[in-house]
Design a protein around this ligand. Sequence first.
Ligand code: GLN
Ligand code: ZN
Length: 772
Amino acid sequence: MPQTTLFPAATIAGYPRIGARRELKRSLERYWAGKIDRATFDSEVSQQVDARISHLKGLGLDGAAAQPADFVPYDQVLTLTCALGAVPQRFGNLVRPDGSLDVDGEFTLARGVDDKAALEMTKWFDTNYHYLVPEIGLYTPIKPVANPWLSQVAAGGKAGRPVLVGPVTYLLGAKPTGDAPAQFNPLDRLDDVLAAFEVFLAQFAAAGVDWVQLDEPGLVRDTWALPRTDVLAAAAKAYDFLGGLSQRPALFVNAPYGDLGSDGREALAGTPIEAIGLDLVAGQVPAAEDLARLEGKTVVAGVVSGRNIWRTDFAAALEKLRQVQAVCPRVAVSTSTSLQHVPHDVAVETAIDPEVRSWLAFADQKIAEVQVLARALADSDSVHEALAENARILETRAKHPGVRRAEVRAATAAVVDGDRTRAPYAERVAAQRVLDLPLLPTTTIGSFPQTAEIRRARAAWRKGEIDDAGYREEIKAEIARVVRLQEDLGLDVLVHGEAERNDMVQYFAEQLEGFATTEHGWVQSYGSRCTRPSILWGDVTRPHPMTVEWSAYAQGLTSKPMKGMLTGPVTIMAWSFVRDDVPRREVADQIGLALRAEIADLEASGIRIIQVDEPAIRELLPLRRAGRAAYLDWSVGAFRLATGGAKTATQIHTHLCYSEFNVVVDAIDHLDADVTSIEASRSKMDILPAVADHGFERGLGPGIWDIHSPRVPKLDEEIGLLEKAVAALDPRQLWVNPDCGLKTRAYPETVATLQNLVAAAKAVRQEIQDQD
Ligand code: GLN
Ligand code: ZN
């Protein structure tokens, strides 16, 4: 048992790395583009690390262990992969004799090179952050080859609590290498990872580190391939081992993103760790008997949300803290998750209505909140003013007229099941024959490349340099160009190209009532990529049509069907910060009704095919099996409310950005769209036979072009993918389209690939006719 200093009374589970002005993004992208050399890059990054440490100190996180040392240049999972030297074989040439990689090697793992594919990316739990999936096999090297956290600890003097992804979560989040035996699970390599952690911990102890944080969100999730009992047994074993070491700092095991569950708490309670972190925003305060098991340990209570941007309700948070304290006297106040999911500072958002802004807390405000709560827990009189002000602000929020609009609540309350139900599919198919589509109709997912001219025009319009009319003319000219291009290419169902949209959620958020958008509220999505989520704060209404002008204009340019293009309710919610004061089901239905009105207006303007994109439906899937039915009920319900008013003859499409069997099957089963497009080219149509076995009659468009890569697939390749699809499904169900929107692609590869796509459809149509 190490000599322990007490855990700090207030801390955060982690802090954004990208920088308040996206400094890290700039350094990374300039370095990758060859605009700065390695020495400049290194010195910029080390300045950012130093600035971050002094910034956090300035905000009051200055105790030895209060400040997380969690900076990584790209991704926290990737950093651990590199520290373990767990490099896939194809990158073997990057590895130095001691098994380590330099930062260029680390970036190559993240971004790929030539024909060596990057590590796969996937969403980190139920967030919009993507981590790089480790590839672990029987013989993958796993050794403590580097300790990238030490330099930060040194930079901050004694201050700094290294934050590492915990060994169990690391392996649960890995995928087996292709050559691993069928029954192999990466968790089989736990002993090797533990041996490496033994070394890391000894190095930390030698450097004078008092506390280390090991993140184990894997323990809040019960949807891994392994049974939960195996996962918890691995956790107990891991922390018995690490806790039993003599050369180590005190261990803080954090379990963010959900409720650890009494079985999870029990597994950790029996181990000699010193502190355990509970997410008390996504999870509940455990019952007293359950908490009693943690006796003797510090409970790090995550009562300030790391996932949303709302000012914390101090009274409610204090109540939770006191419940914990009643059983476990050593309580520390923290955030529920790392603050990496929220922007830096609300003070710079001067364009947000001041009243709405007063309800918000970004990362820096949340750091102040944990400290107030810690003081309040010790002596509530000491922060009497702050508590009173908090209560006052929450009250004004609750009373704001935009937060609760009687007409909106009446409209959602009046929804009946019939509103979510269209005519039977067979009737729809018959009515939709008027569309007169060929076998294997060709289409795209919506966006065409966003040209520099369009971006410039939008920027000029926002700055007031061109007026509304001038901007509209620019957009219309672009739409006309995109329509002509598609006619020349011979596509069957056209799109207007989405030139007017900066972002598929923000575009709608800017036009609906109930949303605010930020100017600087960037959060890291992966690597140097950031998104700027909108803030959904009030009841949602649609003051005016949002897409009709563009779609109707585009339809007027062609006799082919023009697809209307909307973002679905679940995706709008998943990619925004959503209000925490009404159930998500209510919010989803409000958006659903707004989209329903938009669909009616699109129909009235002559649009006969409407796509409602739901690429995010999988992201919000609960981490616990038990929550899934309720989630599917409200998410699917909102989509069906949006689309349920469409005429029988209107063809409703949806689009998902992946091709996991379960998600696709659920979408086709429950969303009841006439046509679903999915990503499929990278997985080479592998799921189609299973999907077909499920017995579907509705339309499916498995993407035959991986738009994440600039590579132009050859005609033969596109034909091959299509032939696989035709072999698996009834050709009458099949659509031919790319994997996703073309917004991030350039025109040359877009034109070349779509030419091939149309030619492939024609070739396979011919093959089918020849067989008949
Ligand atoms: N319609 C959108 C586009 O084409 C869909 C994007 C997405 O699925 N992420 O850009
Ligand atoms: Zn997509």
